[in-house]
Design a protein around this ligand. Structure first.
Ligand code: F6R
Length: 260
């Protein structure tokens, strides 16, 4: 079962996860972080940036993004390459050679998935994978129906996801239809999964992912297959959980030596 931690706010979640990452980097400077984009992980990146400003050295850390849109012009500010650069690589002072994002350019798109899988396995995988969850239950851009064994490949976004992400673009028409995303099988190979969710709009997806049946119709439920999962929520995102009292009880009685 996943460890479920409910904190007061997104900012508190960001600080909790960032402090854990900072401790990990202290013992393994060449740490590999799997980075999600979208709004959810921003408090983690802001807290990490504050640690960097306070002198924490991330210069040997590598980052692997979960996904990328297909067909955006190079340098588009909403391409995940640009987003990861803006929110993670620059503020943390990562070496650009250690920052990896799937290649969403149309030329060679047929091999983009395999190339990314090769890069990930050649590197030795991801130590900690940050995850958000979509209203459709997607992890990465693995929309409902994605196989639990899937690897990085081109997927088609649902209309719901395109509408949700239209806030980052001038209009819905500008939101790409296709993406390259790590598969659920790829994500499950990361050594530690940290799923974050904030706000009431995520409550149903969180409850289904954490407590619902294991089903490809709810890609988030794939986390139940992983041996080390931490789910960090604000009270609104936790509001649909049946066993919330037990999760709190477990937190209240958590041994001091146990990290997240
Ligand atoms: C983004 C990603 C997606 C988002 C999800 C939630 O790299 O992989 O799964 O995590 O769409 O998006 P937000 O955080 O914007 O609600």
């Amino acid at each position: 079962m996943a460890e479920v931690i409910v904190v007061d706010s997104a900012a508190a979640a960001g600080e909790l996860v960032a402090s854990h990452i900072v401790r990990e980097v202290a013992s393994l400077p060449a740490y590999t972080l799997g980075v999600a984009t979208g709004s959810t992980p921003l408090p983690v990146y802001e807290a990490l940036a504050a640690h960097a400003r306070a002198g924490v050295d991330f210069s040997q850390v590598s980052a692997f993004a979960l996904d990328e849109y297909v067909g955006l012009p190079a340098g588009h500010p909403e391409s995940y390459r640009a987003v990861v650069d803006r929110h993670v690589a620059q503020p943390l002072g990562l070496d650009p050679r250690n920052v990896h994002v799937p290649d969403g350019s149309l030329a060679g798109i047929e091999t983009a998935g395999q190339r990314y899988e090769d890069a990930l396995s050649g590197h030795g995988g991801v130590d900690l994978q940050l995850l958000g969850i979509g209203a459709t239950g997607h992890l990465g851009f693995n929309e409902p129906g994605s196989s639990f064994g899937s690897l990085t490949r081109v997927k088609t976004l649902t209309e719901r996801t395109r509408i949700d992400n239209a806030r980052f673009f001038a209009s819905l028409d500008e939101v790409p239809i296709h993406c390259v995303t790590q598969g659920l099988g790829t994500i499950l190979r990361a050594r530690h999964l940290v799923l974050l969710a904030f706000g009431e709009g995520k409550a149903d997806a969180v409850a289904a992912a954490v407590e619902g049946p294991l089903t490809a119709s709810m890609p988030g439920s794939a986390i139940q297959l992983h041996a080390h999962v931490t789910v960090v929520l604000d009270p609104a995102a936790a509001s649909g959980l049946e066993h919330r009292e037990y999760y709190q009880w477990a937190q209240d009685h958590k041994p001091d030596w146990q990290g997240i």
